[in-house]
Design a protein around this ligand. Structure first.
Ligand code: PMT
Length: 405
């Protein structure tokens, strides 16, 4: 038998929901894949399934209470948290996801998730309305930003009679997803440098020239590269986003600070992705005090000077990394982007149309990837999915000619 999880110590958490019955089959499949499994049930899971089933199938005692005197005499929850190579919660109910997002430790399973250093994967299962609810999606976004893997859910008919997203993935699919998530990523051993967000160019101590970039596109690229195994440094302009799990972040404010941070890190990087919306101009001088308007003033003239072009400077280096630029265009997207690709001597450019309700400050986007001799249009979808496709394209272009699919 092909064992995809040989010797992996999996702590299987089961929360309360009708899909809990599938966790027994999942346990068998995990063992078939070579994993050692210990099971923790929440109090609500015990309303759907019995500990005895899981004890018989796992060959280990099943735990459900943080207040089990026999086990906790020797700090059993800490021992269990240290034992695990991997925590998998299937099914993960909406309530459990909310408690994990809040970092609660009010029962054994949530406490273990805080106490373990092992990676955590969750397989959500719930009614389709509960899945689509903004609160559930916000909790998932928090968990994803902390590096929690989310498997599924699938769409289809539900036990409650509804049809939609929220079904637990089938046990073989869950085992395959877990094995894939644990395999060393395609970019293992590579160092990537990503820039993201706007730059702020100060006018005086309270005002600046900036732009509408939220940083979401660049942060998604950093997260996708890390998820594929790369060691990622993210140079971020002023944005209000959490650092993607596992990524090293350097915060900057102005274009000149961003240039310094990028040049300090680029010599060590195999790939540079410039997703930042770097300000092309800055005020010629920063006023030391807040500019006052005097009676009779009808306007203010601001004198601007050009900022360095960080991307062009990196592309002109020798040796240089694989250089990827973005092009934010409001018209003739492909023609302008292709001209930038050639003028700045880039390896790849990701063009997007920006403007009112396009590109900036949104969760979705559409990209046109252009490289010497090739193009790929990526249809509008969320920035996470686009970032994965961009990272995959970069990996393919960098692969030795013979190995390129
Ligand atoms: O941050 P979000 O809200 O998610 O929005 C995403 C985005 C629209 C900002 C992103 O997808 C994007 O297009 N980023 C690049 C924006 C930009 O500055 O485009 P540009 O066409 O002006 O610049 C071309 C390239 O040169 C870019 O890679 C830019 O990082 C780089 N550049 C530009 C000027 C400069 N002085 N130095 C640079 O390095």
């Amino acid at each position: 038998m092909n064992q995809s999880l040989p010797g992996v110590r999996v702590l299987l958490g089961v929360s309360g929901g009708i899909a809990a019955y599938k966790a027994a089959e999942l346990l068998r499949r995990l063992r078939d894949a070579g994993a050692q499994v210990r099971v923790v049930l929440t109090a609500n899971a015990e309303r759907f399934v019995t500990a005895l089933t899981f004890q018989a199938l796992s060959g280990n005692p099943v735990r459900s209470s943080l207040w089990d005197e026999a086990a906790e005499g020797a700090m059993g929850h800490i021992e269990l948290a240290r034992w695990a190579d991997q925590v998998l919660i299937a099914p993960a109910s909406a309530d459990l996801l909310a408690r994990l997002a809040q970092g609660r430790a009010d029962d054994l399973l949530s406490t273990l998730c805080l106490a373990t250093a092992a990676p955590l994967a969750v397989a959500p299962a719930m009614n389709q309305q509960m899945w689509a609810h903004a609160a559930t999606q916000a909790n998932l976004a928090i968990l994803r930003s902390r590096g929690v893997q989310v498997f599924g859910p699938a769409a289809g008919s539900q036990a409650c009679g509804d049809v939609g997203s929220g079904r637990l993935l089938e046990p073989p699919e869950l085992v395959a997803a877990l094995a894939a998530a644990r395999a060393p990523g395609e970019l293992a051993g590579q160092r990537w440098l990503v820039s993201a967000g706007p730059t702020y160019e100060d006018i005086d101590p309270v005002r600046f020239v900036g732009n509408r970039s939220s940083g979401r596109m660049g942060f998604a690229v950093a997260a996708a590269a890390h998820a594929a195994g790369a060691q990622v440094t993210l140079v971020a302009g002023p944005v209000a986003l959490p650092t993607p799990h596992g990524v090293t972040r350097i915060d900057v404010r102005s274009a000149r600070q961003m240039r310094e941070a990028v040049l300090a890190a680029v010599a060590d990087s195999e790939v540079f992705v410039s997703a930042a919306a770097v300000g092309d101009f800055r005020p010629a001088a920063v006023a030391p005090h807040k500019l006052k308007k005097a009676d009779g003033d009808s306007g203010l003239e601001l004198s601007l000077v050009q900022n360095p072009d960080i991307l062009a400077e990196v592309a002109a280096r020798s040796p240089r990394p694989f250089v990827v630029g973005f092009a934010a265009e409001t018209e003739q997207v492909e023609a302008h982007a292709r001209a930038k690709l050639e003028r700045k001597r880039l390896d790849l450019i990701a063009a997007n149309e920006v403007g009112h309700e396009l590109g900036f400050e949104r969760d979705d986007n559409a990209l046109l990837l252009l490289w010497p001799g090739g193009r790929e249009a990526l249809a509008r979808t969320d920035k996470g999915a686009l970032a994965q496709a961009l990272v995959a394209r970069i990996a393919r272009l960098r692969a030795p000619q013979g190995a390129r699919p």
